[in-house]
Unconditional design. Structure first.
Length: 221
């Protein structure tokens, strides 16, 4: 079956944003009198949206979360979006190869839409994705793993679920794809994969060790 639509997660799949996310979370914690967390620990908190990341960070720091913590985190992160965040090696080439195959490309992330657009534009990735094919966590659809956003992108592209592939790095993306009935390619190079339950994978759920593996796999099918 030909895949007509590829829907990408952002953090940990298209871009390595872990340091900027960790720096922002730790700046907030320090401002509140807590000790900073290890970068790897913050990586395990990413994927369910900024509010959940902030809540997990304060829990890990053993502190009660202030009422304005989310707003403060978002303000800090806005100033750090592109300090260290970069596209993973091979992502531009992989996207270009998919586009050459006339596949539709989309982004489905739990990150706010504005920040997503700034990152894509700042890393010269925005040209691969039509504006209306980018869905953030603050849009009209519930956040992943709810499949509503993915189903909308399928309908927009005129692609059936079995003609669609979700490409992500976390259990959130995996559950989203399963709920929507699409294929799933899991980026083991992404920081969200570190805590993935590999034993629960089915035989048709593929792991990518690097972005180029996606093209190699498609060429073999």
């Amino acid at each position: 079956m030909t895949i007509r639509l590829f829907v990408f997660d952002l953090d940990g799949t298209l871009v390595d944003s872990l340091r900027d996310l960790a720096d922002s979370a730790n700046a907030l914690l320090v401002d509140c009198g807590a000790q900073p967390l290890e970068e790897s620990a913050v990586g395990g908190m990413v994927g369910d949206g900024a509010a959940t990341l902030v809540a997990r960070a304060f829990t890990a720091a053993g502190m009660v979360q202030p009422p304005d913590a989310l707003d403060r985190f978002l303000a800090i992160y806005e100033g750090k979006l592109l300090d260290h965040t970069r596209a993973y090696v091979g992502i531009p080439e992989t996207l270009d190869a998919l586009r050459t195959r006339t596949a539709a490309l989309a982004v489905l992330t739990n990150k706010p839409r504005g920040a997503t657009g700034r990152i894509l534009a700042g890393l010269d990735l925005a040209g691969f994705f039509p504006d209306e094919a980018i869905i953030g966590g603050d849009g009209p659809f519930p956040r992943k793993p709810d499949p509503s956003g993915l189903a909308h992108l399928c309908a927009r592209a005129g692609a059936r679920p079995d003609e669609t592939a979700m490409v992500g790095d976390s259990a959130v993306d995996w559950r989203t794809a399963r709920s929507a009935g699409t294929r799933i390619y899991l980026a083991s190079y992404g920081f969200g994969f570190r805590q993935f339950p590999r034993a629960e994978l089915r035989g048709d759920e593929q792991i990518l060790s690097e972005p180029a593996d996606l093209i190699a796999h498609l060429g073999a099918t």
